[in-house]
Design a protein around this ligand. Structure first.
Ligand code: 13P
Length: 253
């Protein structure tokens, strides 16, 4: 059975002090309130990873992830973060290809393909992000656009490695806007993503991959989105910055 995952992407928010307070609250509340079937992930700013990992290390259903990773193993890449650094800071997941990185840092599908491969080779679980702009959706090109992102970044993987990837479908028009995809729109795209993976890797592999929805997910809409058969969790931005909201989303299963 595929994993249920509720991941928080803190983006560039929280001082170390505030981040540690949030991580403690989430970790304590998760152990009391959230089903052990749900994996919760806090994807923190790089500089908080080690300390947040320390807080989450004894939790059974809370773990830690980074928000980005270099495609290079090490070397003269000022300001970048390697897979080994992420692992040595105690994290086990890494977001790859968030739309904000694609837009502001011009990350390409090929670069993301290299990062996904390196993350897997080093033992990290990539959370690979895909999703279309409003313009692409209005032109009714969203299915083809997302399929191309999958093809160019993931289709070179072996079936065994593909099973180690988590996918997050995040329509750009729903991120931070308060506009959520309807549960029908989310299910349509998640099914399309799964079918596309099945076409390349086989149905058995596709059925094992967790596909998360991201974009203005909050306690008020989580239950309906998470009830869709191909929505296996969420990647949550704004609502992951408040422990109560983040936990309530995880309790919506
Ligand atoms: P919001 O939940 O703030 O819309 O952000 C979603 C997102 O980008 C998570 O990666």
């Amino acid at each position: 059975m595929r994993k249920k995952i509720i991941a928080g992407n803190w983006k560039m928010n929280k001082s170390l002090e505030d981040g540690l307070a949030l991580a403690s609250e989430v970790t304590n509340m998760a152990s009391d309130e959230v089903s052990s079937e749900v994996t919760m992930i806090m994807c923190t700013p790089d500089i908080h990873l080690s300390a947040v990992s320390g807080i989450a290390k004894d939790a059974t259903n809370v773990t830690v992830g980074a928000q980005n990773m270099s495609e290079h193993e090490s070397g003269a890449y000022t300001g970048d973060l390697s897979a080994e650094m992420i692992i040595s800071a105690g994290a086990s997941f890494v977001i790859i290809g968030h739309s904000e990185r694609r837009e502001y840092h011009f990350e390409t599908n090929q670069q993301l393909a290299d990062r996904v491969k390196l993350a897997i080779a080093k033992g990290l679980t990539p959370i690979f992000c895909c999703g279309e702009s409003l313009e692409t959706r209005e032109a009714n090109e969203h299915v083809g656009f997302v399929n191309n992102q999958l093809k160019e970044s993931l289709f070179d993987l072996s079936a065994e490695d593909m099973k180690k990837v988590v996918i997050a479908y995040e329509p750009i028009w729903a991120i931070g806007t308060g506009v959520t995809a309807s549960s029908d729109q989310a299910q349509e795209m998640h099914l399309s993503i799964r079918n596309s993976l099945a076409g390349q890797f086989g149905q058995e592999v596709a059925d094992e991959i967790s596909i998360l929805y991201g974009g203005s997910m909050k306690p008020a809409n989580a239950q309906e989105l998470l009830a869709q058969p191909d929505v296996d969790g969420g990647l949550i931005g704004g609502a992951s910055l408040k422990a109560r909201d983040f936990i309530d989303i995880a309790k919506s299963y």
